[in-house]
Each structure stands twice: as C-alpha cells, then as structure tokens.
Write a protein of this length. Structure first.
Lengths: 126, 166
C-alpha cells in the first residue's frame, strides 16, 4: 500500500493539479457567463436552431448506414493509433527492429485502407 | 485519500451504470455509459494502469460510444413505434435475469482470490513498460492483431456497402 501511494503521488500530483485548473477554468467561465449575461427568453429563441428554418418532425429518424460504416472504420484506425503510443515512447530503445515491426503493422492497415478506398466505402453519394 | 477516491469513483460508476439501464431515452443511456467509462478510467489510474486508462477514454468513451450512438440512431426509436412487450415476456425476462444474478452471486461467493505471488511492480501499467513487453515478448499477437483489423475492415465494408457494379 505504501509503495503504491508513493507511485501514485509521484506520477499523478501534476496531473491532478492540471485537471483541477482545467476543470475549474471551464466550470467558472461557463457558470459566470450563465449568470453575468443578460437573458431574454422568447419562444422563438428557445426553439432549437435548424439553419434558420422551422424544425419539422422528430430527430429520431433512422440514419443511413453510411454513417455507421464511417464510424466503424474510424474505430479501427483509432485502435491503430493507440498502438503507436507505446511504440513512440520506446522508439529509441526498440531501434530498427521496432521500426520494422511497426512498419509491418501499418502496412497491413494501409492494405485495408486501400481496400476501403477502392471499394468506395467512404464515398457518400452513389 | 485513496479510499475516498475509490469509493467516490465506485459510487459514480454504479450510479451511472444504473442510469444506463433505467433511463428511458436511449441517448441518455449512451451518455450515462460514457460517464461510466470515465469513472472506470479513474479506477485504472488509481491502480497506476495509465495506458489502459487512456485507451479506455480514447477508444471506449470516444470511438465505441460513437458507434453505440449510431446504432441508436439507425434504429427507429420513436415513442409511437416502440413495441410494447407483453406481460409474459416481462415475466420471462425477469425470471431469467434473476436466475442469472443468482448464479453470479453464488459463483462470486464461492470464489477465493489467491494472493498474488512474486513481486508486484507498481509501474507495470505505464506506457513505457507496456510497450517494451508488447514489442518484444508479445510481438506475434501484436502483428496478428493487424491481420484481425484488416479482416474487420473488409468485413465492415462488405456488410455495410451496397454492391454496385459500375
């Protein structure tokens, strides 16, 4: 428990201070603008803004599956980026061997990327 | 301080997890799930597993939740179109869920957690140490995962894309 506590404070005190400053700034500014700014609520102002047009119907309509495809591809490449972090931190230590390893990994992803492009999966209108 | 943080995070996590289940609006469920992921990330940081905490926020709270949101939007969840479950279905669901929780409680009660043998290194979860292990000891699974991603990409495109022969 003691060792853990040392590790905890060693790595996280700067992080916690930054977190407090960031959160404090955000909440203070948002709350201050809420209280300091003048408000005049009218029916027109409280309506949700839809490019100046009157909102019609419900927002819960089924979306096109294209959005989902884009999102799923985003997740895959997001995970690829995640693997880059531990490699980048150890970049010098792993040397050329690590470079080749990462190159192989990225080549596979690039193959997939070209497949996606060739298939036109990211093309919006067809 | 640790205990206070742990209990605070646990309470937030459990409350948000309950919010996921209880809230009527599926979008609210997704938002509650994001909060749950954040509090679980806090737990990871408490265990000094910084990489997992980061990945949990970037991948789960960021990317996977976008997927969840799109799934919610793909489904037609208007109030009028929401199907009403019959009482029989409700009873069956409650019974099976209750039985499952019974099994879960029974298993957890009978389980013993063997003490961890050997040196416990509190810096195991740092990005540097994790990368060292990943790129040397677990190189093959790492490279294989790229093939898994490739197949996932192909599968997603095949399923999600209409086949138009130009």
């Amino acid at each position: 428990m003691m060792i853990f506590l040392v590790a905890f404070t060693k790595y996280l005190i700067p992080l916690i201070i930054q977190l407090l400053v960031v959160l404090g700034f955000v909440f203070t500014t948002v709350a201050a603008s809420q209280y300091l700014g003048p408000k005049r609520k009218t029916a027109g102002k409280l309506e949700s803004f839809e490019s100046g047009l009157d909102a019609v119907g419900n927002a819960r309509v089924p979306f096109s599956v294209k959005y989902f495809l884009a999102a799923i591809l985003f997740v895959l490449f997001d995970v690829e980026i995640i693997f880059l972090y531990p490699w980048a931190v150890n970049f010098k230590e792993l040397g050329w061997q690590g470079f080749v390893e990462m190159l192989m990994f990225i080549v596979f992803f690039t193959l997939g990327f070209f497949y996606v492009l060739k298939k036109g999966a990211l093309k919006w209108d067809d | 301080m640790q205990a206070a943080l742990f209990y605070g995070l646990s309470i937030v996590a459990i409350m948000c997890a309950c919010g996921v289940v209880v809230s009527r609006n599926p979008i609210h469920s997704v938002l509650f799930l994001i909060l749950t992921f954040f509090s679980i990330s806090g737990h990871y940081i408490l265990m000094n597993a910084q990489f997992i905490a980061l990945v949990n926020i970037i991948v789960y709270a960021g990317a996977i939740m976008v997927l969840f949101l799109f799934v919610v939007m793909l489904l037609n969840l208007n109030k009028e179109s929401e199907p009403h479950k019959s009482d029989l279905v409700k009873i069956i669901a409650a019974t099976s869920a209750g039985l499952f929780s019974l099994v879960l409680v029974g298993v957890l009660k009978g389980a013993t957690l063997p003490a961890y043998e050997g040196m416990m290194d509190s810096e195991n979860g740092l990005v540097k140490n994790l990368g060292r292990v990943l790129f040397q000891e677990f190189l093959l699974p790492f490279e294989l995962s790229s093939i898994l991603f490739l197949s996932a990409m192909v599968g997603a495109v095949l399923l999600g894309k209409k086949n138009v022969q130009a």
